[in-house]
Write a protein that binds this ligand. Sequence first.
Ligand SMILES: NC(=[NH2+])NCCC[C@H](N)C(=O)O
Length: 671
Amino acid sequence: MLKRGLKAVFFTHLPLYRAPISIYSFSSKRYQRAMSTSVGQVTASLQKLNLEVPPAVEGSYPDGNIVDLGRNYITKHLAELTGVDAKIVFPALEWSTTLDKGDLLVALPRLRLKGDLNALAEKIASDFPLGGYLSKVVPQGKFLQFWFDDQMLLSLVTKEILDKGAQYGSAPIGVGKKIIVEFSSPNIAKPFHAGHLRSTIIGGFLSNLYEKLGWDVVRLNYLGDWGKQFGVLAVGFAKYGSEEKLADDPIDHLFQVYVAINNDIKAEKEAGVAEADSIDEQARAFFKKLSDGDQDAYKLWAKFRDLSIERYIDTYARLNIKFDSYSGESQVPQELMEGATKTLREKGLITEDRGALLVDLAPFDKKLGKVLVQKTDGTSLYLTRDIGAATDRKAKYNFDKMIYVIASQQDLHVKQFFKILDLMGYEWANPKKEQLLHVNFGMVLGMSTRAGTVVFLNDILNTTKEKMLEIMKRNEDKYAQVEDAENVADLIGIAAVMIQDMSAKRVYNYEFSWDRMLSFEGDTGPYLQYAHSRLKSIERLAGIPEEEYLNAKMDLAVILGNEPKESDFPAEEYAKELEAYEYRKQKVSYLVKVLSQYPDSLRFASKNSEPSTVVTYLFKLAHQFSSTYKVLRVVGEEHDVMLARLTLFACVRQTLSNGLLLLGITPVDRM
Ligand SMILES: NC(=[NH2+])NCCC[C@H](N)C(=O)O
């Protein structure tokens, strides 16, 4: 099953680097605090390498991001050579689209320079001090390409990765700020559908990401645990419920009960049972009792909820997700919803229609239309509960930012309640403040498990695991060697589901395909897991203690081996040797470049709330590793060469591991 033929793609595309200032927006005081602990370390490394310490442009983070260090260096000298302010130069330094176009580039028109820019590009390129940071500056029309010095990048990046370990890539951007990430939010007694799956995966990732960027993150699950459906469930439970089954598997049992009683409701409707005697009426009456605070009704409801949550906790743990709060629609204080309608009324935004209360949003935005905020019987609505919940959270947590991870199908709903909060006059709901954010996503097409209906996340994960085990068993010899195959299958399966979900931009729909996602070839979760386990095995097979190789001196000449000398070879062979050497050199150089880009990729991902940015990065890293490893063997080389190569691959493994964990995937060491 474990094919060696991993695809070698080395010119994968990177997103263009744009307007970096906004993603680093933190006050300079906070920045100073964050910087004060680590500036010494970097300065020391730079001095050792005889590199000048360029001034840190506000918003750069040279300690945790070597590319930023390079940006600062280029900014300083480009500002000097052109007379353009550093504040304009820094954000104009963009990522190159491919690794063969250098590391950073600048379009001179972006510096607002006038005159013959082609000639100016030539002049700057020839005057630019390389200073140990750069190997060359190449003019390309009105553009300048900056190439980092390979040895500089190798020394600084590997040191950075080894020093920071699991923290490589993090930056104190959000220190002192609080963010609420609301995600997953399934409905009790109803199926856990693809929308919940995606919300769980994307929300889990965003929470981890913000944490890595220094934010204080509150993970919040807003359960669908209120509404008439609980009346239906209570009536159903009296008829079909079993305490034993409830205790054994509450999520499944409640769903079965819900299905059974809904069938009865349907049958009643068809038979034309009188409203007063119907299940529907009993359900309504139960929910009314519950809303009015009846103790017995409350106890039953609380039991359903508590038992369900207990199960949720275990399943989310399989995905390394732990919620700080299981809130829900039931938890929204009545006063807050009443207060909201009162405020809206005072602002003259409420219209009444036969006892129901409406807000007309059309004058502000045609597409938002008219919305119901209170029903005739006075009970609340999904929308009103969201309004109340948001104000409640602001009071409780005083967040600086709140993200809702909800499917695109609810775009309108979210726009409506965001608009109402804004109309109510809350500063934090003002769209200009960008404190409320809806992270939406497209649909999953064709998802079903073996059992048919997806009742909860567990079903999806169990089915994936079974399928993964089957695939693993096809290779008997390999399978016999895997310890704890069940667990490994589970972890690879989870990676398969997650990577499939996060590979493309989140707004797109995708087709759920077992075959594709479980494949070890192509850009899949199993492929990334395989890359990680291979990296682990390199270290294992070398049989050298970590303490020894993690202190190796990272010398490019040692890693590459001696450059072939013409005198040592017959002419024909020499050409071949030289070509192989150059190829190896390019591979290593690109691998180090990719390693250095990890911190940037996290910041891009946070800017657009886009997990695919990190997934794309990890594939690029895995491909680059795979093609480099082919020409850079470890075992059998001289000791110091082995040590240096091991260190390089250890850095790749650390970065891959950090990225996988960030996505919510536990990397496997053997498979
Ligand atoms: N604040 C929110 N409305 N969050 C989304 C809740 C999703 C809802 N429980 C559903 O399944 O559709």
